[in-house]
Unconditional design. Structure first.
Length: 526
């Protein structure tokens, strides 16, 4: 038996823990003051070679600090584990936003645990290698009957940690991870009866890729481009663009040879990627090839969903994804909510996909990426692109909204309403970066927050929440969610904040170029 496999006894125990999660979930839904313990392990248990393409990736562990919202419940306890220490001022920054809960009282129910290991390996793996850390976690948890484990994504590592701690994993069973690969996503879409771009899945070799491109060119005469995706790529960094010849040769053999010759001209967003490395990963992971949809108007919304422990699929939110990079495939940020013109369309398709995943036993949070296209103001065509069986880039900003407003989502309209009835909007990114920001310490940023009032104003229901403070000094990178009572207000708050950061760090026009893909107009101050 390999380390990834479970004994029959462990399989039965893991199933029993999942049933316990359903009981905890029921208690939380019935009683806002339900006593429970959350263990947050924001491990990025993904392909580490692909993760290395993302600058400042180790500090993405800070993105789940929105989970401190759970300390609003006076009977909730929370343990947050990281690879590197989180600056204490950052914790204070979040806790002071818990309206009605003294920060000192929240701190009594919060445990921060650090493994002090900066090596490029998943955090969960680091924890499993440290028996004393596991002992500390067990001591903190105490009563396991009302405790559960939340992670960024679920793999065999998180399953093993769940068993070691004897608490249920609030996430997908690793046996079902195939459903979230690029190939698995296409199969789910087909089963759900949801349109997806023309293409082929379950490819592993260069020859299979060539044959798929030839078949795609035959099925779609006049096709200009195709997207080649690694099964386990994420944030668009595992995608490559293939440009078809303007004139395809007649005859299958000649056409095949022409496409084979052009294959090494694939284009990537990552400057570190090359053909040899990409094809090695393609052979190891497998992948898909799809038509790249062309139209007069293109949008890239996403739906964030979860399947509850009782098997009920819920729509959490819809967003407009902001994509960039040299190929236009890399996730940079998002706008909330998605356009009303097609919210119902993607909501209905997401519902069908969620029902299929629920039937297959998926539990936990996931995202679905869509592409909406139309020509000359005709009806929208919607295509499902991929399923991400994990938290994603749209998770932190939406929970920032919940964290700050205590509002709720109207699932029929996609609008988020604060308790006073005002609708909320935001622009968010975890990719705000500038070389001029390097060297800023968390306390420097917090000083600017205080000096310029760069915070969330509860009386106005608008303002900013920052995250990923730790990436500032080394990488000049920061996450930010700007919340407003209309789209323009959110836009203005974001741009005003960026202008202040640029002014304080003497950023020039070259460093501000990072914002070009994100917004429709230049940064300005009011």
């Amino acid at each position: 038996m390999t380390a990834d496999e479970l004994s029959r006894a462990d399989q039965e125990r893991f199933s029993a823990l999942k049933r316990r999660l359903a009981q905890i979930w029921d208690g939380l839904n019935r009683d806002d003051s339900f006593a429970h313990t959350s263990v947050i392990v924001p491990s990025q248990s993904v392909n580490q070679e692909e993760l290395a393409k993302i600058e400042g990736a180790p500090f993405y562990e800070e993105r789940l600090l929105f989970a401190l919202i759970r300390l609003r419940n006076p009977n909730a306890r929370l343990c947050y584990v990281t690879s590197q220490p989180v600056h204490p001022d950052v914790i204070d920054y979040y806790l002071q936003l818990l309206v009605g809960v003294p920060a000192s009282y929240a701190k009594q129910r919060l445990r921060l645990l650090c493994v002090y290991d900066a090596n490029p390996a998943p955090l969960t793996e680091k924890i499993l290698q440290r028996p004393r850390v596991i002992d500390r976690l067990r001591d903190w948890i105490g009563d396991t009957e009302r405790a559960y484990l939340t992670c960024y994504n679920s793999t065999v590592l998180e399953r093993r940690l769940s068993l070691e701690l004897d608490i249920p994993l609030n996430g997908i069973d690793p046996e079902l991870l195939e459903l979230g690969t690029k190939s698995g996503s296409r199969r789910v879409f087909i089963e759900a009866g949801v349109p997806t771009p023309a293409g082929f899945e379950d490819l592993n070799t260069e020859e299979q890729l060539v044959r798929a491109l030839v078949a795609l060119a035959s099925a779609r005469p006049g096709i200009r481009r195709a997207v080649v995706k690694l099964n386990q790529g994420f944030s668009g960094e595992g995608n490559a663009i293939f440009n078809f010849p303007l004139q395809l040769a007649e005859g299958k053999a000649a056409r095949t040879e022409l496409i084979r010759q052009r294959l090494n001209q694939l284009q990537w967003s990552s400057a570190t990627e090359n053909y040899v490395r990409f094809m090695r990963k393609f052979r190891e992971m497998g992948g898909v090839v799809e038509e790249m949809i062309e139209a007069e108007e293109i949008h890239s919304p996403s739906a964030q969903m979860r399947v509850c422990p009782d098997g009920t699929p819920w729509l959490i939110s819809t967003h407009e994804q902001v994509l960039g990079g040299s190929t236009g495939q890399v996730y940079l940020g998002c706008r909330f909510p998605a356009r009303s013109a097609y919210h119902r369309l993607i909501r209905e398709q997401a519902r069908k996909i969620g029902e299929v995943l629920s039937r297959k036993g998926v539990i936990g949070r996931f995202g679905i990426d869509f592409l909406l296209s139309r020509d000359s103001n005709e009806a929208w065509n919607a295509y499902a692109l991929e399923i991400n069986l994990r938290m994603g880039g749209t998770t932190p900003p939406f929970h920032a909204l919940e964290f700050l407003t205590s509002g709720r989502l109207d699932r029929d309209t996609g609008a988020f309403l604060a308790p006073d009835g005002r609708q909320k909007y935001y622009y968010a990114t975890d990719n705000l970066k500038s070389s001029s920001y390097r060297g800023l310490l968390p306390e420097d940023l917090l000083e600017l927050v205080a000096r310029y009032g760069l915070h969330f104003n509860h009386s106005k229901g608008a303002g900013v929440l920052f995250y990923m403070f730790g990436a500032l000094s080394q990488f000049g990178k920061l996450g930010m969610t700007a919340i407003g009572n209309n789209r323009q207000e959110a836009d203005d708050i974001f741009n005003k904040t960026v202008a202040i950061l640029d002014g304080e760090t003497h950023a020039n026009s070259d460093t501000r170029g990072r914002l070009t893909p994100l917004f429709d107009h230049p940064v300005r101050m009011e």
